[in-house]
Design a protein around this ligand. Sequence first.
Ligand code: MG
Length: 285
Amino acid sequence: MTRPLGAFASLDAGLGLQLDLVGELGVPTIHLHAPHQGGRSDESIAGYQAKLRDHNLKVSVLFAGFDGESYESIPIVKQSVGLAPKETRDERVVEFKEIADFAHKLSAPDISYTGKIIPVGMHLGFIEEDPNHPEFSALVEVTQELCDYCAQNNQAIHLETGQESADGLVTFLEAVNRPNLFVNFDPANMILYGSGDPMLALRKLGPYLQSVHCKDAIGSDQPGITWGKETPLGEGEVDFNEMLLILDELLYHGPLTIEREIPEDPERQKSEIQQAMNLLKSVTR
Ligand code: MG
């Protein structure tokens, strides 16, 4: 099954490779990190669309990110990432809706990979795995609110995997119970956070799968306490041959979006994404 390749890209600061460098790679699709608040005005949309058309890039997911998020260590992720931290939840809900509307406005038929409204991806942060914990219910309610908001835009939400076990995430998805809530599967995150075997997780999350990150990592000797280490694709513990076989079984036809974060060295980042593209082409049947 041939699936288009993709890369994680950004329009301004934030995660992902700058758009001009992605354009040089010749990938047809991208996951796009949302621009900062000041870069999301209605007037900015036409300029972004022109830039994407110049590079022949179609957006398959727009990823929300928030000021103050830090991936410095697992405890700091718990305190700072997504909607899990209570202190910033309300303001981030407002900002998420602004980002969803930005994705909606960006979604010209020749800009959106599916031709439909571009979905919003996000890290929710650490989800409590005990459904009886009050924070579990609080996060379910806020996710329902975001799903219902996006539904008015005919838009889906893709939750990034990794910070919780696949079973914990399935319990959460079932509790939220919204038809426009899906999963962006990132095998390396499962390894980095020590949250379980990524291939078992992929099978469990299959019914919710709508997008994937191709990223690799080696696990920590203290799983769940300290980070594992992200590696170039093919040098970590993810078996991409097996991953593609499972994606075949799941009838996943969407893009294989390469994520490689080396913000301090964009040229190296670009070259490792190129190598990852070659690896994925070699294992694609
Ligand atoms: Mg990812």
